[in-house]
Design a protein around this ligand. Sequence first.
Ligand code: AAT
Length: 283
Amino acid sequence: MNWYTEQWSNECKFSIAYDKALYSEKTPFQQIDFYQSKEFGTFFTLDGLMMVNEKDEFIYHDMIVHPAFATNPGIKKVLIIGGGDGGTAREVLRYSTVEEVVMVEIDERVFRLCQEFLPVTASGVEEDNRMTLLFEDGLAYVQNAPDHSFDLILVDSTDPISVGEGLFTTAFYQECYRVLNKDGILINQHESPYFTEYAANMKKAHQKIKNIFPITNVYQYHMPTYPSGHWLFGFASKAFDPLKDIHAEAWNSFGLQTKYYNTDLHVGAFGLPNYVKEALKRE
Ligand code: AAT
């Protein structure tokens, strides 16, 4: 049997048996590998880290998108940073009320390869006429974007190593704040509280965002193939509180069928374990 193995900490590894290595390419930005497995279906890794697989992608993509729409059902203009597999765009485009989606992915090869090998996330995204696809650095994009041009920014990024690093900086979050409307929301790939290295990334990202946005929250979801399985998104906003301002009825009347997210889970997801609350406190 062939095993894909990922180092989760210095002393912990996670492995998936695969039937076939489907494709491998080194781009100017990163190493991309696609595999075919029985347990998780097709999956791809960037620089040896699991990004997306057919079996649990619905969890991540439901959770990065829907809590913001239940908080502000009036979202019309959305900016996605990263998200090259297309799964985040797919979920956003399900809202017929959304008028414009800009997706800024640094590596066009991720998107093209997902169109070929991972249609579950990538298919239909490019064809939607509300969609603008740009292949450039997300930090450079926000630096040049006009003030108050989006209702929602979704940071669907890799970990803060190599190309993803610029997306975990104060400069980036400040630009996001400027580019958002007066009641804008930022959702950030917030890493994980469990293993030390990921927890350090989580803390740093959170402190930076907290220094910029008046309302900051963190919510959790269970992602079986990401290190420890316990992952977080940051919710930052200029006006809306995700618990006080939840519009459960309005969200439910969109009539979207979701496999993970619902408005009861929305409330529960913001209830964090004590050790996570402690780690997120200002130092
Ligand atoms: N939808 C879940 C998949 C991802 S992939 C994250 C994407 O961010 C990758 O395609 C990568 O090329 C892109 N990216 C990285 N840095 C930048 C940048 N500076 N500008 C634009 N796009 C970028 C997220 C997986 C999360 C994994 C957590 N362990």
